[in-house]
Write a protein that binds this ligand. Structure first.
Ligand SMILES: [Zn+2]
Ligand SMILES: [Zn+2]
Length: 303
């Protein structure tokens, strides 16, 4: 099978380590044969809105290219943190204790990671007015951190499931980004210990089948896409265990009728056509797991 779309690409405007220039993205996607592709920088909370505004300005300055779109990747945030961000009341969150260890940040660039009420109300810090003003053509929604829950395997599985359901049902979200990605990381306190024993890839096998089934049902009934993320399906980590598990479960979703988008989740400078964790490798593994061009669809606003 040949990939013809890539809706998950970060530019140097993104708040994280991403460093690609728009010209390299456009030329890379065209060389790879993408008919549709789009940039999608992070919006964890409104704190990152200036990044999206700069990305939009660069997108418009580059000028129209057939099949080139403007989107964003939104994080499932919480009402508690969005209120704090709005009031710029976050300095007290920069140093806190996490599982008996000191956790420090400099800014709420990734949202407010700790200190909120466990399992409190979820929120996307984006409005329809923002979408219209910034010409956002599609939104990828992803789980990127706990909802202040205990970081153990059972509670993180429930937390991920709850956040994923919220994202799929949200009217502004078109694509569920990288389902369950990061579960191994957040199912322990690796964030403060950096001890490999606190990283739990076995968490994936403990996700109840009913959670997979319910998410598939929600994706189909809400007409949302699930993302096949290049970094997950080509991951060499744990001897390829995470990649195989993701491909097996998403192939089950396909059999139930779920439709997909593809995302390279580019953070590097060069668009990865060949080699490890590349477009060609993704095409190879997707073919092995029975995916075809017909399994992919466009976000609803692009149809
Ligand atoms: Zn993500
Ligand atoms: Zn991303």
């Amino acid at each position: 099978m040949k990939l013809q779309q890539d809706f998950h690409i970060h530019t140097h405007c993104s708040c994280d380590s991403a460093c690609a220039q728009i010209d390299d993205i456009v030329k890379g996607c065209q060389t790879a044969g993408m008919k549709h592709f789009g940039i999608s920088d992070h919006l964890h909370t409104r704190f990152n809105m200036p990044d999206i505004e700069i990305a939009r300005k660069e997108f418009l300055e580059y000028g129209p290219v057939p099949g080139f779109h403007f989107g964003l990747e939104i994080t499932c945030a919480t009402q508690w943190e969005c209120e704090k961000i709005a009031k710029r009341d976050f300095a007290s969150c920069f140093t806190c204790e996490v599982n008996g260890k000191k956790f420090q940040t400099m800014t709420p660039i990734d949202g407010i990671m700790y200190g909120g009420p466990a399992n409190g109300p979820l929120l996307l810090d984006l409005t329809q007015e923002d979408v219209d003003r910034l010409g956002i053509e599609y939104v990828i929604g992803g789980v990127h951190k706990p909802n202040y829950t205990e970081q153990t395997i059972p509670s993180m599985i429930d937390d991920y499931f709850n956040q994923s359901c919220f994202l799929v049902k949200h009217e502004l979200v078109d694509i569920l980004a990288h389902p369950w990605e990061g579960l191994a990381f957040w199912s322990g306190y690796y964030i403060v210990t950096r001890d490999p024993a606190d990283y739990h890839p076995e968490a994936f096998e403990q996700i109840p089948q009913e959670y997979w089934d319910e998410l598939a049902h929600l994706l189909i009934s809400n007409k949302k896409l699930a993302e096949l993320n290049c970094c997950d399906i080509c991951s060499p980590r744990f001897d390829g265990k995470i990649a195989r598990f993701t491909l097996e479960k998403l192939a089950e979703w396909r059999e139930k009728g779920v439709k997909f988008s593809f995302g390279s989740d580019l953070h590097r400078a060069a668009y990865p056509i060949e080699g490890e964790t590349s477009i060609r490798q993704a095409e190879k593994v997707l073919t092995e797991y029975g995916f075809t061009e017909e399994d992919f669809a466009l976000p609803s606003r692009l149809k």
